[in-house]
Design a protein around this ligand. Structure first.
Ligand code: 6PG
Length: 250
């Protein structure tokens, strides 16, 4: 059963700091339990601020970089050096500044032009490098868009139904950048030990309420499908994003 918890903090600054404390604690726990830390990064502006801080002291020195394996929970079908690439964003904000061994950084898209092939290849890689059946990430980071999408699971799209696959290629995304995507499926996300969803900003407040306190409509609100089966789910929100929530009893 999912253990869902919601943390509300004052502003985006406090949100980034709370996320960092959580990430470091998860990394240390994974290191103690199994000697390695597998994390999946998200795209988006909220995670970006977390990466930027993690790249510098004091946070930079708190992660076991030599034992950390870095993956992505979704990616846009663009070249690795495109400003729209989630890989490039994480590289520039974080990975270029920390001593993580390059061979432990696993972008979703390399030279592949065939996205289906890229999805299958990533799935095989995950099965090899992340223990568990399905692979159980120590931590998956996610954001949520104003339409309720998370990773690249957009409302009313086939990826939401992909029960046997771990990674799928999607049709062109309905939101910018309007390109095809690769995304973790709900099956893979919900196998994780910990999932952290980061949301900031008043423009998401109505959606946050619908997702967390409204009736289940997972096709319309993909973020509702996130429910790790034997793991912890944290929603971390700034006060603006949480402003339409009724009192929280989670
Ligand atoms: C993507 C992202 C996406 C993102 C949300 C929230 O590649 O599009 O992974 O799922 O996390 O859209 O983004 P913001 O934090 O920028 O609002």
């Amino acid at each position: 059963m999912t253990h869902r918890r919601i943390l509300v903090v004052d502003d985006p600054d406090a949100l980034a700091e709370a996320a960092l404390r959580y990430i470091v604690a998860r990394a240390q726990q994974a290191l103690a339990v199994r000697g390695a830390f597998a994390i999946a990064l998200a795209g988006g502006s909220t995670p970006r601020e977390v990466y930027r801080r993690l790249a510098h002291a004091p946070w930079r020195d708190t992660l076991p970089w030599a034992q950390t394996l870095v993956f992505w929970s979704d990616e846009r079908a663009v070249p690795l050096d495109s400003p729209d690439s989630n890989y490039r964003m994480a590289r520039e904000a974080l990975l270029d500044h920390v001593p993580v061994p390059p061979e432990q950084i696993h972008p979703m898209i390399s030279q592949d032009v065939d996205l289906e092939q890229a999805a299958a290849r990533y799935e095989t890689l995950l099965r090899r490098l992340v223990p568990g059946q399905p692979p159980r990430f120590d931590l998956i980071l996610l954001g949520m868009g104003p339409d309720g999408h998370t990773a690249s699971l957009f409302p009313h799209t086939p990826a939401l139904e992909a029960t046997t696959r771990l990674v799928v290629a999607t049709p062109q995304a309905p939101r910018p950048p309007q390109v095809r995507r690769l995304t973790f499926t709900p099956t893979l996300i919900n196998a994780a030990a910990e999932v952290l969803v980061l949301v900031a900003g008043a423009d998401k407040a109505a959606r946050v309420r619908e997702v967390l306190q409204g009736p289940p409509r997972p096709q319309a609100l993909p973020a509702q499908v996130i429910a790790p089966e034997a793991g912890d789910l944290w929603w971390m929100l700034d006060r603006a994003a949480a402003s339409q929530l009724a009192a929280i009893h989670d």
